[in-house]
Design a protein around this ligand. Structure first.
Ligand code: PMP
Length: 408
């Protein structure tokens, strides 16, 4: 076995070093390496001042920390310019920015919005809102039982009057990768734009927005070892230039008159109010950590752990894995049900065995209804997980039905 597959880097994560439970809820939020925690602390200890405002050295240093983070994000996702990187509070606020600003001013009553049925509510409700306010038609692109999107379904949904397609690159329930290149090409052939939800993909695989020709991409720092309270909206410069501001107020203007205002240049036009510079500095540290370990190495180890967990889980009687029957299409996310046991009980049993997993609807109720499941349990992996943790998880899952009084 090669070194990449063997190295878990747990010594870099203070919580993991002293935590005696197995943390398998990485799709909800990831753990943070020491360098990320230090970067946030360092900002408040050494740089704290309001960035982008003061002309004194301390404020200029805070501004540098904030703008350096923007450059790191640009590099991480292969964007052309830092003007295309907007800092937000999280993926949800990034998608809402695009919906309120782009959606409400570019979509009309004769247009169609296509949203995949597999979306997290964060990439569904904003588009329901745009459809309700503009009178646009809302069409849901349906996946099959394994979470897959067929060419026929893509062609049925993306039509000449489609103006926007909302799709997650990786589902937070099935872990399946959507055929985003096909979807982007289909949307572009009709002049539509694509809102890619990268919340579950950007932390786990190389993402290059220019290669993808993505129009918008949203993701959260906290799922990629960065801090909570920071998200990113990537948008193509030519789209962002034409969009009106979403929030208005301080810092997003060139000048203000009593009868109106001239807005700031990109990206600041979309960053009203005091920004989360400490969080951005911590995200910068997380990106540098990715660059040090190598996202390809992390992905390779996650695939190895996923196959290990998938193979074990699929051998346990009465366990039903949601999504693909091929472990390589689960990208570290394994949702499952156990016959006759509520997922909340599964989670409680696992908690007693010191294993953290998620249970519920995963903020994707329409997808679960479409798949005929009311709620599920979900284990989600990151490269710092270990096969020992997975063994503990599998043993605990295997014990659940017996504990609930079933004989077999
Ligand atoms: N999209 C997907 C696919 C997600 O998994 C999540 C988080 N569960 C979000 C969007 C929303 O992320 P956040 O809560 O950080 O805004």
């Amino acid at each position: 076995m090669n070194n990449t597959l063997l190295t878990d880097h747990r010594e870099d994560f203070p919580l993991l070093k002293q935590f005696d439970a197995a943390y398998l809820d990485n799709a909800a939020t990831s753990q943070k390496p020491q360098c990320v925690i230090d970067a946030e602390k360092n900002f408040y200890e050494k740089l704290n001042s309001n960035p982008l405002r003061g002309f004194y050295d301390l404020s200029l240093a805070a501004t540098d920390a904030y703008e350096n983070a923007r450059e790191s994000v640009r590099r991480f996702i292969g964007a052309k310019s830092t003007k295309e990187i907007i800092f937000t509070a999280n993926a949800t606020s990034a998608i809402n920015l695009a919906a309120y600003s782009y959606g409400l001013s570019n979509i009309g009553s004769n247009d169609r919005i296509v949203v995949s049925i597999a979306e997290h509510h964060s990439n569904m409700l904003p588009w329901q809102m745009v459809a309700a306010k503009t009178g646009a038609e809302l069409e849901y692109m349906k996946c099959g039982k394994q979470g897959e999107f067929s060419d026929e379904e893509i062609d049925r949904c993306i039509t000449s009057n489609t103006r926007l397609v909302a799709i997650a690159a990786v589902s937070n329930v099935t872990g399946a990768c959507a055929p985003i290149q096909k979807i982007i090409a289909a949307a572009h052939s009709f002049g539509a734009v694509v809102m890619l939800d990268g919340a579950q993909s950007v932390p786990h695989m190389k993402t290059d927005v220019q290669e993808l020709d993505a129009d918008f991409l949203a993701f959260s720092a906290h799922k990629m070892m960065g801090p909570m309270g920071v998200g990113v909206l990537y948008g193509k410069q030519e789209l962002l230039e034409k969009m009106p501001p979403f929030l208005t107020g301080g810092e997003m203007i060139e000048s203000v008159r009593l009868d109106g205002a001239t807005y700031a240049q990109l990206p600041h036009k979309f960053e009203a109010g005091t920004v989360n510079a400490a969080g951005a500095a911590a995200l910068d540290a997380a990106i540098k950590y990715y660059e040090k370990i190598g996202i390809d190495n992390m992905e390779q180890r996650e695939q190895y752990l996923t196959k290990y967990a998938f193979d074990g889980l699929s051998q346990i009687p009465h366990v039903n894995i949601i999504g693909s029957s091929d472990s390589s299409n689960h990208t570290g996310i394994l949702s499952f049900t156990i016959d006759g046991v509520h997922p909340h009980d599964v989670s409680a049993v696992l908690n007693d065995d010191k294993i953290c997993i998620r249970a519920g609807h995963h903020c994707a109720q329409p997808l679960l209804a479409h798949l005929g499941v009311r709620s599920s349990s979900r284990a989600s992996l990151m490269f710092y997980n270990t096969t020992e943790e997975i063994d503990k998880f599998l043993a605990s899952v295997a014990s659940v039905r017996k504990l609930m009084g079933y004989r077999e």
